[in-house]
Design a protein around this ligand. Structure first.
Ligand SMILES: *[C@@H]1O[C@H](CO)[C@@H](O)[C@H](O)[C@H]1NC(C)=O
Ligand SMILES: *[C@@H]1O[C@H](CO)[C@@H](O)[C@H](O)[C@H]1NC(C)=O
Ligand SMILES: *[C@@H]1O[C@H](CO)[C@@H](O)[C@H](O)[C@H]1NC(C)=O
Ligand SMILES: *[C@@H]1O[C@H](CO)[C@@H](O)[C@H](O)[C@H]1NC(C)=O
Ligand SMILES: *[C@@H]1O[C@H](CO)[C@@H](O)[C@H](O)[C@H]1NC(C)=O
Ligand SMILES: *[C@@H]1O[C@H](CO)[C@@H](O)[C@H](O)[C@H]1NC(C)=O
Ligand SMILES: *[C@@H]1O[C@H](CO)[C@@H](O)[C@H](O)[C@H]1NC(C)=O
Ligand SMILES: *[C@@H]1O[C@H](CO)[C@@H](O)[C@H](O)[C@H]1NC(C)=O
Ligand SMILES: *[C@@H]1O[C@H](CO)[C@@H](O)[C@H](O)[C@H]1NC(C)=O
Length: 482
């Protein structure tokens, strides 16, 4: 009851703030037109473009001085200075300032808890620089922290995440070298794994990715998004599953297998049955569209199942008994690239980059409670869409493609789109903190379960205008480089 009262009080305060710091796009002193028209936004939410003209913006984060640091894939790390007129009225001022110009940097970025060490990844290594936020620049040359992460083949991003719960643990995710990569079956290769490295004790030497570190999971095709539940310290990842999928010789790749959200246990030393185990790839996959799967008895959404004719050992029983199933499954080809919890651990936001199939291309939110998703593992409706492209038939060419997510100090959510070179800000139209919104407490005001709509002004508070706003082993196609 007390919790509810304080929540209500919060809404009240937020409402008062909203009146003084109006969030309507129309009232911003200057705005940037989205590259492909206004996104569709769920009722109660608003998005604006914060910056445009960037080169393949991927990982983003805020430094201690409020600069938005952006990895421009194939260019390096740059900083954006923001002019903040409150709410959605925030935009980059002037050109980005280059911090690290290095074309090998392509996605991963992190800052130490004290903000004084900057980390970034190339396909082969994780580098660290001393960083001074007040000057927005590195004050040392690069040190290699982790190396030998593999060739620049196939999936080349190496997502970085520093634990906020266990000091010095740097998580690194490495994907496969091809669509269905046999080397992922050999645990010693480090292919298709997520690992954690204690970087508080390495000085001159760098870790060897495949040989060192704590294995959080293997058999993970390409888990680009990695996050730590701020309440429990639980590690979750979102995985881009296989393309061109066949079962019993039948091609069912349009709607299968599903993309996965996986749980990898904790970093604090407490063992869980999941940690370090095999999550399936390249032998076992999660069902999405059960009706199109041949011999689907006993299979529901999220059930691990086998390709079928791979060999006598790898059958559905093997997949279900010896592999960690996903906590949630998303539609095939949605291509989740980032996951960020809110501070309360009541919501996890996921960016879906989309793929060759016109599906994904949106930002969604998932309810969490007590360290787990609120929906059961067989749910097909766990992800609630907040920002999406209005016409998927226009994708990929004329769509924004969500990649990196970052919270600012005021609880606004920032999102990069590599295809359009943009950064978006996502806020609530009622002035409340986006960070405090969760599906379980009713996303404002009626987004739960509702399909995103381009004209959702009906349920929004009147004074705030709602913006209109991928034999299978041989079949390696062009790899979707997400
Ligand atoms: C900053 O990093 C770049 C690229 O790694 C390096 O060339 C430069 O010397 C560094 N700056 C300082 C002040 O050490
Ligand atoms: C990391 O290394 C430091 C220094 O050796 C040590 O104090 C700390 O306990 C280690 N952390 C973990 C999680 O193993
Ligand atoms: C650093 O810590 C890790 C994890 O605790 C340990 O495996 C490794 O041996 C340590 N390295 C050094 C140089 O102390
Ligand atoms: C590690 O974290 C889990 C989940 O928060 C908790 O249940 C467990 O007690 C913790 N273990 C230690 C050694 O702190
Ligand atoms: C499953 O696939 C069938 C056949 O392609 C399609 O009609 C149906 O809409 C799909 N269902 C889902 C949930 O994707
Ligand atoms: C089945 O395939 C897996 C993966 O390729 C392999 O590890 C295993 O040895 C094979 N088993 C048989 C009986 O061929
Ligand atoms: C899978 O293979 C095992 C061992 O060969 C067998 O016991 C089991 O019944 C098989 N499962 C299916 C679903 O065919
Ligand atoms: C969420 O966090 C805020 C503080 O940021 C707190 O006041 C509120 O009670 C929390 N809500 C829930 C549901 O835990
Ligand atoms: C989904 O899982 C829940 C919880 O495990 C179970 O109660 C329910 O029957 C399942 N639904 C279907 C359609 O199999």
């Amino acid at each position: 009851m007390t919790g509810l009262k304080s929540l209500l009080a919060l809404y009240f305060i937020a409402g008062v703030q909203a009146q003084s710091s109006t969030a309507s796009a129309a009232s911003c002193s200057s705005t940037i037109a989205p590259a492909h028209g206004q996104p569709s936004v769920a009722a109660g939410w608003q998005v604006n473009v914060v910056a445009s003209g960037l080169r393949d913006p991927r990982g983003i984060l805020f430094d201690g001085e409020g600069h938005l640091l952006v990895v421009q894939q194939g260019y390096g790390i740059s900083s954006l200075e923001l002019t903040d007129d409150a709410g959605a009225c925030v935009r980059a001022t002037g050109d980005p300032t280059d911090i690290i110009v290095d074309e090998s940097l392509n996605h991963g970025i992190e800052l130490s808890a004290d903000g004084r060490t900057l980390y970034a990844s190339s396909p082969d290594a994780v580098h660290a620089w001393d960083y001074d936020a007040s000057q927005t620049r590195n004050t040392s040359g690069p040190r290699e922290v982790i190396g030998q992460m593999g060739a620049s083949d196939g999936h080349v991003t190496r997502t970085l995440l520093l634990s906020k719960k266990v000091d010095g643990m740097l998580l690194v995710s490495r994907g496969s070298m091809s669509n269905l990569d046999p080397s992922a079956q050999d645990i010693s290769t480090g292919v298709s794994t997520i690992k954690a490295f204690n970087i508080s004790n390495n000085t001159d030497s760098s870790y060897n990715y495949a040989e060192d570190g704590l294995l959080l999971g293997w058999g993970l095709r390409n888990s680009v998004g990695v996050a730590e539940d701020p309440a429990t310290g639980g590690i979750y990842s979102v995985e881009n599953s296989v393309d061109n999928f066949e079962r019993e010789g039948q091609n069912i790749h349009q709607n299968n297998p599903g993309e996965e959200m996986n749980f990898h246990g904790y970093l604090n030393g407490t063992q869980t049955e999941e940690q370090g185990k095999n999550y399936g790839y390249p032998s076992c996959f999660a069902a999405w569209n059960v009706s199109t799967i041949p011999q689907n008895e006993g299979i529901q959404v999220g059930t691990q199942f086998a390709i079928g004719d791979q060999n006598a050992t790898i059958n559905d029983t093997y997949c279900q008994n010896d592999h960690v199933p996903p906590r949630l499954t998303f539609a095939a080809h949605m291509a989740p690239l980032d996951i960020k919890f809110n501070d309360n651990a009541t919501a996890a936001w996921v960016s879906f980059h989309g793929s060759w199939r016109p599906i994904g291309y949106k930002l969604s939110v998932i309810g969490f409670e007590n360290g787990s998703p609120t929906e059961s593992a067989n749910s097909s409706t766990a992800a609630i869409d907040i920002v999406s492209n209005p016409d998927l038939s226009q994708c990929p060419d004329n769509c924004f493609r969500p990649v990196g997510l970052a919270w600012d100090s005021q609880g606004r959510l920032f999102m990069s789109s590599d295809s359009t070179g943009e950064i978006y800000v996502v806020v609530r139209t009622d002035g409340g903190s986006a960070n405090e919104a969760s599906p379980s407490s009713g996303l404002p005001p009626s987004a739960t379960g509702a399909a995103p709509s381009a004209s959702s002004s009906g349920s929004a508070p009147r004074e705030f205008k709602v913006s209109q706003f991928a034999a299978v082993f041989a079949g390696i196609l062009a790899l979707p480089l997400v």
